[in-house]
Design a protein around this ligand. Structure first.
Ligand SMILES: *[C@@H]1O[C@H](CO)[C@@H](O)[C@H](O)[C@H]1NC(C)=O
Ligand SMILES: *[C@@H]1O[C@H](CO)[C@@H](O)[C@H](O)[C@H]1NC(C)=O
Ligand SMILES: *[C@@H]1O[C@H](CO)[C@@H](O)[C@H](O)[C@H]1NC(C)=O
Length: 389
């Protein structure tokens, strides 16, 4: 999709980076700006005082044990998709906007992450209008965008510099919206009820994208929803009584996966509309659903020898998920080899599973248009990923 002139510019940029001896740059994107929920939160949850510890076990061991060797606020045993993306661009891990010490330009030079665990796409007033209350956090896409606008003066005092910073950033818009469905599902809303929320969620995401484009965004990666019917938490809580409610090849709940695909279809239709208005902007759909279906269909192929539906860390039961004894609870147990599991805590995935998704997206076929056609240098990958199978 990139025009030849922008290829020339990125090539010139690449050479200039070499000259300047920069450690962090591959000529594609000089920073990552991220919005979303627990799938991308690299630590905001840790610094938001209002959150109760019980609701966010990710602040406690065994979270973080595999890679960071301490809880960072990431909802996994190790790195997330955004961390692998940062490594592939030779950028440092993207710092959370909420962090210790005062914010400054140096800190956010290579990007900033606004994603908050528990966050929804719709804001709390819109959720309330639908009879939904998010007990975990008031953060929403709108709130995260406000934080972004507040942070811009820290990035530069000059409006043109700020616009360039945004234009040269890879903007990761999600995953967001999953909690807009998870919360009502937990409150026993029917899937038919939730289908009515889908246009509201998709429109909220589209508004944020349009706003970022007006601010100068040139490249946005917009993820869809996961196959939520394969999540140990949903498999436990929404247990079906009939065999035909389960996909015979994966064991996942058919209806929930169809719902996720319904959201993804509507999101892609909306992205096509935005592309028509902004043909000069790269809007990349990231197909988290099918990237993840790779290992739900063939877990052994990816080393997930314990099957794909049982959590590594949890309170027991068929899927090792119990909503009253979740990972981090004193009665929960953690598996010896998380890299043989897809699910970390019944809701979030292991570092090993996120790595497979990362590769499928950013080096494989699961983005539209292909990310590798826009950023060939990093898609050949070197950092961090070559070390493991
Ligand atoms: C959300 O906002 C309301 C009203 O400002 C406040 O009372 C509540 O404590 C907030 N909740 C969280 C989890 O931050
Ligand atoms: C949802 O349904 C379950 C099982 O029927 C019940 O135990 C739970 O209290 C319900 N939750 C709400 C919020 O109604
Ligand atoms: C979940 O754990 C609690 C506390 O140990 C236990 O009472 C309950 O039976 C468990 N639920 C299931 C479905 O196993």
């Amino acid at each position: 999709m990139a025009s030849s002139s922008s290829n020339i510019f990125s090539f010139v940029g690449f050479i200039m980076m070499l000259w300047s001896g920069s450690l962090y740059a591959n000529g594609c994107y000089t920073s990552i700006i991220s919005f979303g929920d627990s799938i991308a939160d690299t630590g905001n949850v840790k610094h938001l005082g209002s959150i109760t510890n019980e609701a966010f076990p990710s602040l406690f061991p065994p979270y973080g044990q595999t890679f960071f060797h301490e809880p960072t606020g990431r909802c996994s045993d190790g790195r997330l998709i955004i961390d692998f993306l940062a490594e592939s661009l030779e950028l440092p891990f993207i710092p959370p906007y909420m962090h210790e010490g005062s914010a400054n330009m140096e800190k956010f030079k290579h990007g900033v992450n606004f994603a908050v665990a528990g966050s929804t796409a719709m804001n709390s007033q819109h959720l309330a209008a639908e009879g939904i209350q998010n007990a975990a956090t008031n953060a929403s896409l709108e709130v995260e965008l406000q934080w972004f606008k507040h942070s811009l003066p820290l990035i530069s005092g000059n409006a043109l510099d700020r616009r360039n910073y945004i234009g040269q950033s890879l903007i990761l818009m999600g995953e967001i919206g999953g909690n807009d469905y998870n919360i009502p599902m937990r409150d026993n809303k029917s899937i038919e009820d939730m289908e009515l929320f889908v246009p509201l969620v998709v429109n909220t995401i589209a508004l944020a994208i349009n706003e970022l484009i007006e601010m100068g965004a040139q490249t946005l990666v917009v993820p869809g929803n996961f196959p939520i019917g394969c999540s140990p938490a949903h498999l436990t809580v929404m247990q079906g009584s009939e065999d035909e409610e389960y996909d015979p090849t994966t064991g996942c709940l058919v209806r929930l996966n169809q719902f996720a695909e319904y959201h993804n279809q509507m999101l892609q239709t909306k992205l096509n509309q935005i592309r028509e208005f902004h043909p000069d902007v790269n809007i990349i759909y990231a197909d988290y659903y099918n990237a993840a279906m790779q290992f739900y269909r063939f877990p052994n192929k990816f080393g997930f020898t314990n099957g794909a539906l049982k959590a590594c860390c949890g309170g027991g039961g068929l899927y090792n998920y119990n909503s009253t004894v979740t990972c981090g609870h004193e009665s929960a147990t953690v598996c010896d080899e998380p890299d043989r599991y897809v699910s970390w805590d019944g809701v979030h995935l292991t570092e090993a599973a996120y790595k497979v998704i990362f590769k499928g997206l950013f080096q494989g076929p699961y983005t539209t248009p292909a990310y590798s056609s826009l950023c060939p240098a990093s898609s050949q990958m070197r950092v961090g990923l070559s070390s493991s199978s």
